[in-house]
Ligand binder design. Structure first.
Ligand code: GLY
Length: 391
């Protein structure tokens, strides 16, 4: 099928050699090492300016990605300097949630899964566990039981934001599943199950493209309408939203044991893969499919690669999509690692050529810190058996 087709081409099996993956990891860690001294008590901004992240305090929705990279680097190398840097960050995350600094939104999952919860998972950190549970309670408080969704943004009484869910939230749900296991309180998993079901029902269109955001009536629970926030238009398919959907529904299958979420993730993946330019790296919105047509979003490509690799783990060995998704993931990661990787000099990022927020003109054709994280996560997945922080 071509770029404008309705289903992705099944690629023949292609496995990277360990040497190929290791070479990309060495290059990625060299970039992380050159950047670490700049972010000892600070974090990289969400997106770069001319390829350079400014240092910021722990105030954004994106700070966890940096700490997640440090944990990945520690898992890859066993070098204690990465663990020490990550643990220092975890203290900052504990302070942030205790003092309620910019935590009135749903991105608590991105923030705490990759920092505090990863610390608990990897080292048994009680500080991490306490901070993660505190964050999970704040996230649970954003669940509207009538609408059955977690409100993404804004005050819970704000009529403009009430009942508004967004596809990105699929990656925030693992925090609730984790908290449910830790506390044995069924409220966490129940909210996550209900939100996931609403996301599948309302954010996914019949052709397996996705709305970025969707409103549900909080008085009646009735669906209202879909709209975009960062995409080209309400009815187009924002590439990163589709990537959050691929990975997020695959994780939904993992957490719920419901295979229909894996099938849904696969349908979203097929839609995504059928709309890639010739080098396999998506444009920022999937309404654009051609070479040179629009800026690319390398961060969406990296997220999608992780989602594909999670699907590879989930699908039966006999399923022909399994080899194909593995081949697509490697094709994407290899291309990112050879043509989108930032130079060692003149940048403090890992990957260039992402788009943060095209409608606002923010971070267009720049590095985005979550792209760096998911690229490194994809490399870890390709190198070794790895227990996801999202699991
Ligand atoms: N979750 C916000 C974004 O992907 O830009």
């Amino acid at each position: 099928m071509t770029a404008n087709g309705t289903s992705a081409a099944l690629l023949p099996p292609t496995q990277p050699t360990p040497e190929q993956v290791d070479a990309l990891i060495v290059a990625a860690l060299a970039r992380l090492d050159r950047t670490m001294p700049q972010f000892v008590d600070h974090f990289p901004a969400p997106s770069s300016e001319s390829g350079v992240y400014a240092p910021i305090d722990n105030v954004e929705w994106t700070n966890g990605f940096w700490t997640g990279m440090l944990w990945l680097a520690w898992e890859l190398t066993g070098e204690v300097r990465y663990r020490l840097a990550a643990e220092r960050d975890v203290l900052s995350f504990a302070d942030r949630v205790e003092r309620r600094i910019n935590v009135d939104h749903h991105d608590l999952g991105f923030l705490y899964t990759l920092s505090a919860c990863a610390a608990h998972r990897l080292t048994g950190s009680e500080i991490g566990r306490t901070a993660g549970l505190d964050a999970a309670r704040l996230l649970l408080a954003r669940f509207d039981p009538v609408a059955g969704v977690i409100q993404a943004w804004g005050d819970m009484r704000d009529p403009a934001q009430r009942g508004r869910m967004i596809i990105d939230c699929n990656l925030n749900l693992p925090l609730l599943f984790w908290a449910g296991r830790e506390t044995l309180d069924p409220a966490f998993a129940e909210a996550a199950h209900r939100h996931l079901a609403q996301a599948a029902r309302l954010l996914v269109r019949p052709d397996a493209s996705t709305y970025h955001t969707y409103y549900v009536d909080t008085a009646t629970g009735q669906p209202r309408f879909g709209s975009t926030h960062q995409g080209h238009s309400d009815e187009s398919c924002w590439a990163r939203g589709q990537a959050w959907g691929i990975y997020g529904f695959a994780l939904g299958g993992l957490h719920t044991g419901d295979d229909s979420y894996f099938e849904l993730a696969a349908r979203l993946a097929d839609y995504f893969l059928a709309r890639l330019p010739s080098d396999g790296i998506c444009c920022w919105d999937l309404i654009f499919t051609g070479d040179g047509e629009a800026p690319r979003d390398s961060s969406a490509a990296a997220i999608a690669a992780c989602g594909l690799l999670e699907l590879v783990k989930a699908l039966p060995l006999s399923d022909p999509r399994r080899d194909s998704y593995a081949a697509w993931a490697w094709r994407i990661v290899e291309r990112l690692g050879t043509a989108y990787v930032a130079p060692l000099e003149g940048s403090n990022a890992l990957l260039l050529h992402a788009v943060y927020h095209m409608p606002n003109g923010a971070g267009v054709d720049e590095a985005c810190i979550w792209g760096d994280y998911f690229y490194l996560e994809a490399l870890v997945r390709l190198r070794q058996v790895w227990v996801p922080y999202w699991s």
